[in-house]
Design a protein around this ligand. Sequence first.
Ligand code: NAD
Length: 368
Amino acid sequence: MSQGNSKEQVKSSSVSVFEELHNMGHEQVVYCHDEESGLKAIIGVHNTVLGPGLGGLRMWPYQDEQAALTDVLRLSRGMTFKNSIAGLNLGGAKAVIIGDARTQKTEALLRAFGKFVENLNGKYITAEDVGMNSSDMETISMETQYVSGMPEYRGGLGDPSPFTAYGTYVSMKAAAKKAFGSDSLEGKRVAVQGCGNVGQYIIGHLIKENCKVYVCDVFEDRLKQVTSKYDVTVVNPEEIYDLDVDIYAPCALGATVNDDTLRRLKSPVIVGCANNQLKDEKIHGDACIQKGIIYAPDFLVNSGGVINVYAEVIKANTDWTQGHVEKIYDKTLDVLNISLAQQRNAQEVAMEIAQKRIDDIAKVKVKY
Ligand code: NAD
């Protein structure tokens, strides 16, 4: 295994990385390179005041290294707030592997990644995210004990997606209560972008509540999985922003709430499971308030998955997980109540609540 580059490249890239770490408040970033397996990964550890940094591993064919770095920094910071607002004793971290999960994911690559995780001695606990599944976590566990989201037959709690989906669904109900006066979703038109691990379970909940569901995905097989089970309307990925719907549910990648889409979206509510939905937390969070759009903070909405993963770490049962995920409804209402009463960016309100817990517990921790 090797780390590094030519001296000149190391010099220039480390300056910009340190600047970014300073701006975003990260503790540590680890570049992982394994020539033989082709592994190129970045682990971002944002904040470990509440506990070890836990966050998923994403495999994605990033356009370039900067895009991968930006993603891991944003995602790991999001985990700090997510784990805090979820009431978990976990810090924030995340990892990305640069590559196509459909064609470049191999046992050697995953095990090489596992070795880097092990070397961090528990500061980072990995789990699944886009491009990963619980059987990949099993492969990674051959090289590290700091892995969660393991399959049930290995004592894990399996795929966290159903809990992420359930948390997203209860958040939608809370947002609907604020927007439409009732938390019933019956008859609501919902546009779900992304029919992946989480999206398909969200669609299941919506169909059960008699919503009119529009879906899109970039992969035909994902769409087929959903259309073979549910009565949904398939639209082109680009069309999703122009639909006349009540709720836009971003359930694919981040930054889909941006200048362009905010001009096009007609839905008064945005609630989805995707991480980092706001392209710019400040600009686009503020824009939602100005436009009268109820936006439920992504890291709160999608915290069901990490609650389930944490249950595996602390060996809690499914009832504990279910109870904790149910609380996302009240937490969403609390955030939206403050946001609407004060006409303030909901993402910022939720971040303040999360940061307050970190600050309070930091004071507790310094005492013997
Ligand atoms: P996934 O990879 O299974 O699903 C994402 C889906 O989105 C894929 O089917 C993909 O083809 C599709 N997609 C990608 N780009 C698209 C586009 N432009 N238009 C339409 N579809 C597109 O991932 P997932 O596990 O379902 O996660 C979805 C989102 O939720 C991610 O942002 C992830 O970080 C977040 N999230 C997931 C969990 C979890 O428990 N899996 C927990 C918290 C947050």
